[in-house]
Design a binder for this molecule. Structure first.
Ligand SMILES: NC(=O)c1ccc[n+]([C@@H]2O[C@H](COP(=O)([O-])OP(=O)(O)OC[C@H]3O[C@@H](n4cnc5c(N)ncnc54)[C@H](OP(=O)(O)O)[C@@H]3O)[C@@H](O)[C@H]2O)c1
Length: 261
């Protein structure tokens, strides 16, 4: 399976922090010298990233928005970067909800989490697909790289909606890959374990979780190896164990069932 080592132009949505930022910089260092388009809401962080090299370009976006604005964003990126051949979807948010105390639950956070982690991601994939299918018709490979989580497989009860959004995205990745099997559009799902990042900062849980998480450098090294090999599911640490324990054969079954239709 072809990996990402020869990519020409990669968009990383959610590149202003954590996993997305680390992957954007690691991809920028690939021998193929790709253009890396970094994206996210915080312009000052995008500007800081652009200082790492001339091949780093910025495209600010808040993906928690309307369909029309998402389409404008995709059209703008493709007109500025017609060679785009990979999209890494790293943007994500996580909220703690105590469902036994329903009066404490901020309904707008449910919308925020579902829209950011799932609804906008499938819309972005649909909006980028005509371009990638055109590349495929020209014989060129491309990559759609959703970032789910080990929690897509085994939920953690204090972040119930987050886990449901990631389970949804994981399921989507399986179906999308099966539907695109006879094209040159590759779907590579990254399933991180608990990794050093800013994801938990607003929840007040970072001090406790930082004792357990995988250092970002270690995660990035292993994940880049998987992306370069072209693994269809890139899982390290605890996520790799969960894939083996609960999902052995699942990806192959989805692909076989799709072929039989
Ligand atoms: N760290 C972990 O333990 C872990 C484990 C499993 C899965 N993951 C997943 O890995 C991905 C990266 O998370 P991380 O851990 O690196 O978290 P992070 O450090 O908090 O980074 C999250 C990124 O998402 C972007 N983002 C959030 N909302 C956005 C929006 N509405 N529009 C555009 N960008 C948005 C943020 O940028 P702005 O704020 O600038 O917009 C930031 O760049 C997420 O999908 C997360 O669910 C993380």
């Amino acid at each position: 399976m072809t990996g990402i080592k020869d990519v020409k132009c990669v968009l990383v949505i959610g590149a202003t922090a954590g996993i997305g930022r680390a992957l954007a910089l690691a991809i920028h260092n690939l021998d193929s010298k790709p253009i890396v388009v970094v994206s996210g809401r915080r312009q000052e962080r995008l500007d800081e990233l652009a200082k790492h090299g001339e091949r780093i370009k910025t495209a600010r976006v808040d993906i928690n928005t309307t369909h029309d604005e998402l389409k404008q964003f995709v059209d703008r990126v493709l007109s500025e970067h017609p060679n785009l051949d990979a999209v890494i979807l790293s943007s994500g948010v996580q909220h703690i909800f105590d469902l036994k105390k329903p009066e404490t639950i901020d309904m707008s956070k449910i919308d925020d989490e579902v829209n950011t982690n799932y609804v906008s991601i499938i819309k972005l994939i649909v909006l980028f697909l005509p371009h990638f299918l055109k590349l495929s018709a020209e014989g060129r490979p491309s990559f759609i790289v959703p970032i789910t989580s080990g929690l897509a497989i085994q939920p953690k009860a204090d972040v119930p909606n987050y886990c449901a959004t990631k389970a949804g995205l994981h399921s989507l990745a399986l179906s999308l890959r099966a539907q695109l099997a006879d094209t040159k559009v590759r779907v590579i799902e990254i399933l991180p374990p608990l990794v050093e990042s800013e994801l938990h900062d607003h929840q007040g849980t970072t001090p406790a979780l930082s004792k357990l998480w995988m250092p970002l450098d270690e995660f990035t090294k292993h994940t880049m190896e998987g992306l370069i090999r072209g693994d269809l599911q890139v899982a390290v640490g605890f996520s790799a164990q969960l894939l083996v324990k609960y999902e052995k054969g699942k990806r192959e079954s989805v692909e076989q069932a799709s072929k039989n239709q």
